[in-house]
Design a protein around this ligand. Sequence first.
Ligand code: OGA
Ligand code: NI
Length: 190
Amino acid sequence: MILTPRNVLTSTPMEPFATKVAILAQKLAEILAEKLGHKSSFFQESCLPSTCYLRLNRYPPCPIPSDIYGLMPHTDSDFLTILHQDQVGGLQLVKDGQWIGVKPNPEALVINIGDLFQAWSNDCYKSVKHCAVTHPTKERFSAAYFLCPSYETVIESCSMPSVYRKFSFREYRQKVQEDVQLYGYKVGLS
Ligand code: OGA
Ligand code: NI
């Protein structure tokens, strides 16, 4: 069989996964907004299939015995992320100032709040710093779905007084890129 990009994508479980998590991401955003007293169509209007994306992560084994990052510590630059990790493990997050491992659970997805939800919720929800460490002998895979708005979308906090000034997603992405070039890491919300 000749593998073209089209049949590679449709012959993997990616399409049903993307469709299902897209619906889940919208529902979660709605519930989280409702909890803050905001019944709004904002997420449905600004986060479209064409603005959200799915990333497949592959972490080759790394036999060097100290902690080697597969993915550097970061927060996600979206509203929220839905992550499916395999059974190898390696996802870590900061809780109460300490790095803790997120034990793989084949029955569960990991949901991360991203920077945009933190700004929109006026700090009620916090984007979680996380990273992925490599395994000494096993290859690891994960799939992450990012609920992102269009670049034109302006993120303004849902309550006053607001902690952050309003900004467009384009501005935020540009700032992240500039910070990475300048400092070698993402500074995040400020
Ligand atoms: C990401 C991410 C973690 C993982 O893709 O942003 O944090 O476990 N992935 O692969
Ligand atoms: Ni991430």
